[in-house]
Design a protein around this ligand. Structure first.
Ligand SMILES: Cc1ncc(COP(=O)(O)O)c(C=O)c1O
Length: 447
């Protein structure tokens, strides 16, 4: 039996799977690209095609960076595993110090998790315990925004509002949704100012209705990534911060996608002056060289929980893995040395401006948006209704994009793109032109 006709044995996350009784390796690889290698900004598939890899915010430095690989290999040789449960190793403290310095905020400690969901989960548990310790055990609820994505574990999944948690029966109770000031699909008609006002009023009404004394924290993504790189107005963030401080609610900033330089700022929280009590990092933290997440904890939470000593009954076997720490330290050092955060800002702004210039009159281009190396184009079937494009158009566009040698992320009628921060000018031009070509070649969308 040749490999291609063998039954396919893997269940993929967030991937439509054909009938397992008939699905073969060949059919799966026909439907989805199967990667064989990768270097820098590029990946290579089974059939010898190369693609510029833009699908996820993970590879900040691109793939296969020799400097990171060398550091990782050294670490494997020195200490290939160590637990951080009632034990330590020589890299956790330096990495924590580095993250606290880059975050430049009121944080006093870092908890290391294995991924973004795990770090969000950690933040939610710390918020719950904080209120228990403060003698306010009724503060158990969490608020997050419509269109938010915070992960897939039961806690992180319960504060994700994208129609996912509904697939799994009863969820964590008390996870509430507030409207988001998405100006391209506003929850009410009106100008920016009135949409922002509406969302803040609704948030306050929700807090008052539920009772502020029942709410532990609000979780936010400074820019919604999975939902299609959705940015909210500055005034909304300032209003939100004011509201939650007024009602004594904790702020958890989920910077799994936006953090570690992706937006042209070390943290998007810096850009929006958010000053969260808990901050979540993952994807860019190791740039994909090792799975890792981190929860930065502010001083007042640490002191509430651990003054006089204490124990956090949470975590997993691989937390703070030394190879992950080595990868993160190496990635962060290179980012600083090469000033990649500034580069993300400059090159990302240039790409956005080029697309705005070249695609401004295209009937299917609804909005071109982004910050730094977090970029998106939302397509519409017509400008007036802003309804999504048809699945035929989406498929045709995705095919064209692939034939241009670009792997992006098409979801919800939006092409989201996350170039590595090391993208060269030439590669940026390649992406800009490839996307424009694919849009033109996909033709017109008719409903
Ligand atoms: C903002 C945000 N939070 C949390 C997560 C979950 O991270 P992970 O997939 O590593 O569990 C993601 C993943 O896309 C994310 O974008």
């Amino acid at each position: 039996m040749n490999v291609s006709s063998m039954p396919y044995r893997v269940l993929h996350p967030f991937t439509y799977m054909d009938d397992p009784r008939t699905l073969t390796v060949g059919a799966m690889h026909q439907q989805y690209v199967c990667l064989k290698g990768g270097k820098g900004s590029w990946v290579y598939d089974d059939n010898g095609n190369s693609y510029l890899y833009l699908t996820t915010a993970v590879p900040t430095l691109g793939l296969g960076d020799e400097r990171v690989l060398e550091r990782i290999l050294d670490q494997y040789k020195t200490l290939s595993f160590a637990s951080t449960c009632a034990q330590s190793h020589s890299l956790v403290q330096p990495l924590a110090e580095k993250l606290l310095a880059l975050a430049d905020g009121p944080f006093a400690a870092v908890f290391f998790a294995n991924d973004g969901s795990g770090a969000v989960e950690t933040g939610m548990k710390l918020a719950r315990q904080y209120w228990m310790r403060r003698g306010k055990p009724s503060r158990t609820k969490f608020v997050s925004l419509a269109g938010s994505y915070h992960g897939t574990t039961f806690g992180a999944g319960a504060v994700t509002h994208m129609g996912i948690r509904e697939q799994f029966g009863p969820t964590l109770p008390g996870c509430l949704q507030a409207p988001a000031p998405n100006l391209f699909h506003p929850p009410v008609e009106g100008e920016e100012e009135s949409v922002v006002r509406y969302c803040l009023d609704q948030l306050e009404a929700l807090i008052v209705r539920e009772g502020a004394e029942t709410i532990a924290a609000i979780l936010i993504e400074p820019i919604q990534g999975v939902n299609g790189v959705v940015l909210f107005p500055d005034d909304y963030w300032q209003g939100l911060v004011k509201l939650i401080r007024h009602y004594g609610i904790l702020l958890i900033a989920d910077e799994v996608a936006t953090g570690v330089g992706r937006t042209g700022h070390w943290l998007a929280s810096h850009r929006y002056r958010l000053e969260p009590d808990l901050l979540i990092l993952s994807k860019g933290l190791t740039g994909g060289y090792f799975p890792m997440g981190a929860t930065l904890i502010s001083r007042h939470i640490m002191e509430t929980l651990y003054t006089g000593g204490g124990i956090f009954l949470h975590g997993s076997t691989m937390c703070g893995h030394p190879v992950g720490c080595a990868a993160a330290l190496s990635v962060l050092t290179i980012m600083e040395q090469e000033r990649l955060v500034e580069r993300a800002d400059t090159l990302g702004s240039w790409m956005l401006a080029e697309w705005r210039r070249m695609l401004k009159d295209h009937p299917q281009v609804g909005e071109i948006r982004g910050m730094g190396m977090m970029l998106a184009i939302e397509f519409v079937s017509d400008q007036a209704s802003r309804r999504p494009v048809t699945s035929e158009w989406a498929q045709s566009f995705t095919r064209q994009l692939r034939s241009e040698g670009i792997l992006g992320n098409f979801f919800n009628s939006t092409l989201a793109m996350f170039p590595p921060l090391t993208l060269t000018e030439k590669e940026a031009e390649f992406v800009v032109h490839g996307v424009v070509q694919a849009v033109h070649r996909a033709g017109r969308c008719s409903r």
